[in-house]
Design a protein around this ligand. Sequence first.
Ligand code: B12
Length: 192
Amino acid sequence: MAREAIDGGCRAEDVLYKGLMPGMDHVSVEFKAGRMFVPEVMRSARAMLNAMAVIKPLMVEKGIRMTGKLILGTVQGDLHDIGKNLVGMMCEGAGFEIHDLGTDVAPEAFVAAVKEVEPDIVGMSALLTTTMRRMGDTVKALTEAGVRDQVKIIIGGAPVSQTFADKIGVDGYAPDAAAAADKAKELTAATR
Ligand code: B12
């Protein structure tokens, strides 16, 4: 449908901002209300990603800026990535350029990626009570490298909570992928 819209004369940014993003906003509302579930969110996100593959090159050509850049990774020692991938898909749906570092990401790898990509936001995922501590280590590594203040940090994953987020000094926590996209938008809006 995205290709048809472009071929029919629609501008790439209209396909994104008037078509795809309101569509994902709807998915977000329905997911939060418990009327849509993980498989439907994943299917919607996949449709969004396929449409983005069509329009992204056109947007890059025209120099149209995305909502922001977001680095995402599951922390060191942790291989769970289903939730992280969902967060990436929803944030991409919200217009973010995603740099997914994968799983088992060491604090130093987050630091290197921040220096290279210069993102607006760093997102960390942890599903194990043993690995959630690596989130604090990563914040420390970013601080020691002198880049902590250049980014907003959000965290999530089943054992993670707002209390834990406050404790390790990050900028946000979100319980699910839809809330993660909202939080990322809120934090980038605050910095502009
Ligand atoms: C699937 C799974 C696995 C798969 C992972 C496959 C993969 N590619 O991800 C496999 C089989 C590999 C696995 C392995 C292990 N697992 Co496991 N696993 C699970 C399981 C069943 C589901 C996790 C999941 O995908 N949920 C669905 C997603 C959509 O939800 P989510 O991850 O919570 O993500 C959402 C939010 O948390 C949030 N979110 C997530 N990340 C982020 C990031 C940001 C920035 C933000 C804002 C939000 C956010 O948004 C997401 C989307 O809505 C859970 C049990 C459970 N019900 O949670 C156990 C579970 C997490 N695993 C567990 C354990 C113990 C292990 C193992 C140690 C088992 C073993 N003895 O080998 C290993 C560890 C391997 C490792 N080093 O990581 C325990 C953890 C216990 C604990 N408290 O620490 C759990 C809770 C099971 C249990 N009840 O015992 N596991």
